[in-house]
Design a protein around this ligand. Sequence first.
Ligand code: FES
Ligand code: FES
Length: 176
Amino acid sequence: MTERILIELTVNGVEHELIVEPRRTLVDALRHDIGLTGTHVGCEHGVCGACTVLIDGAPTRACLMFAVQAEGREIRTVESLAGADGRLSDLQQAFTDNHGLQCGFCTPGFLMLAQGFLDDVPDPSRAQIREVVASNLCRCTGYQGIVDSIASCAARRRTAREADVEPTTPEDRRAK
Ligand code: FES
Ligand code: FES
């Protein structure tokens, strides 16, 4: 008889109890057991990055991880990006505005890759962005739009951060 085990996964802040075979991949558990089909499956062997999710904040290929290995970790999928009212996140909006997608198959993976990257490196150079997007495959865009999207999101967040900075000198305070 096939062995099955009970696991608890925390996905987008919600706890799920699942009964799975030990060989069940995380991406299959997310899509088929939990119903979060935003995470896509391309190659199923760690090459394309379509299945990228965040595990404890780090972009991770969900086809290369067993669901049992994700127990006790914070998992974020592309469904966590938009607001409860369906409004796109700033990163999703940047992909829309900068032609960062065409067919959209690779897009959830790129979004989660970029989300984790910008959390880690909020002010990246264009060279750093180019290096990071090289880990995922897109057959449509030629990557230029994806790089532009991530750069644009980083620039907007930088502007927002700077607007939030409290003036520190009397001159700054008078200028404010
Ligand atoms: Fe996971 Fe391609 S489906 S890397
Ligand atoms: Fe089609 Fe990337 S937008 S594969």
